[in-house]
Design a protein around this ligand. Structure first.
Ligand code: F6P
Length: 328
């Protein structure tokens, strides 16, 4: 059967995420394998507006599978938010003969993709963000790597906190969501995890867990704070004021967005890139490639952007259940 597209563009947009390169490689190689030309659009939607592109062949995506970041660069585009900016992007698509765009990024990227599709350029979306906060998919590329990076950092912090019998307050990313903080908190055996999904009650969420840990023999405490639930520096100050202990505050920051992607991110990104091109080639336009129960699923972009995802609070219960070493 003939392909529904002959030449496609691929771009990465928004915050980078480990595994984006693996997705770019998969898109390129799947396209080439089906006889579809592939153009790399650099610097996200800004690149589409400004005609900033490179031709991609099989060799141009060699040796990127294992690299963090994105070889296409990324950006957050203010100009694309305006109709004038989007019209320029459509003009670039016409000029370059692009029949469709594969957009790799988060929900902001997909909102841009939806607008582009409304102007007559078909799109496919691949979810990639360390926050895992996209409603239509269980999993987003980059989350696993970011979790592992944060865990590695916190394990190191624990060594020194344990030696000095201190309290550590660690802020992790996640934008408005607590996925990263909660998964990491469980994996490092945190004393407490503060997430935006739970309104902060300082006595219940910080003081009581520290007291329980102390009563069960612990002399060091690890408090993980999701950036969306407040500033780690404020929590540290409050701990000092209310408990009279002298915590050390660490903001992990952008280190969480770097590094070689894990097996899960490489494998998921490769499958998603493959699926996105197949969807376009077979005429299934304007779909997001999400995961549901471990399998890939195509979700119409409009519907996808309406979907919300909630943190499974049973994970929070697991965290609490495992904090207590004795009954207190
Ligand atoms: O969305 C990914 C993310 O890293 C968030 O966790 C964080 O809030 C934000 O991006 C940081 O963005 P910037 O790159 O603009 O500092």
């Amino acid at each position: 059967m003939a392909n529904a597209v002959n030449r496609i563009g691929v771009l990465t947009s928004g915050g980078d995420a480990p595994g984006m390169n693996a997705a770019v490689r998969a898109v390129t190689r799947t396209a080439l394998g089906r006889g579809i030309e592939c153009v790399g659009i650099r610097r996200g939607w800004n690149g589409l507006i400004g005609s900033d592109f490179i031709m991609l062949d099989g060799a141009s995506v060699s040796h990127i599978l294992s690299k963090g970041g994105t070889m296409l660069y990324t950006a957050r585009s203010d100009e694309f938010l305006s109709e004038a900016g989007r019209k320029k992007a459509v003009a670039t698509c016409r000029l370059l003969g692009l029949d469709a765009i594969v957009a790799i990024g988060g929900d902001g990227t997909f909102r841009g993709a939806l607008e582009l599709s409304r102007l007559g350029v078909p799109v496919a979306g691949i979810p990639a963000t360390i926050d895992n906060d996209i409603g239509c998919t269980n999993y987003t590329i980059g989350f696993d790597t970011a979790c592992n990076t944060a865990i590695e950092c916190i394990d190191k912090l624990r060594d020194t906190m344990q030696s000095h019998e201190r309290c550590s307050v660690v802020e992790v990313m996640g934008r408005h969501a607590g996925f990263l903080a909660l998964y990491v908190g469980i994996a490092v055996g945190a004393t407490a995890v503060l997430i935006p999904e739970v309104d902060l009650d300082f006595q219940r969420d910080v003081v009581a867990p520290i007291q329980r840990a102390r009563l069960s023999g612990s002399t060091h405490f690890m408090i993980v704070v999701a950036e969306g639930s407040g500033k780690a520096t404020d929590i540290g100050r409050q701990i000092r004021d209310e408990l009279g202990i002298d915590p050390r505050v660490t903001i992990l920051g952008h280190i969480q967005r770097g590094g070689a992607p894990t097996a899960r991110d490489r494998e998921t990104a490769s499958r998603m890139g493959y699926a996105a091109v197949n969807a376009l080639a077979e005429g299934r336009f304007n779909q997001i490639i999400g995961t549901r129960d471990g399998r890939l699923k195509e979700i119409p972009i409009e519907e996808a952007l309406e979907m919300t995802k909630h943190l499974q609070m049973d994970r929070y219960e697991v965290l609490e259940a495992l904090q207590n070493r004795v009954r207190v």
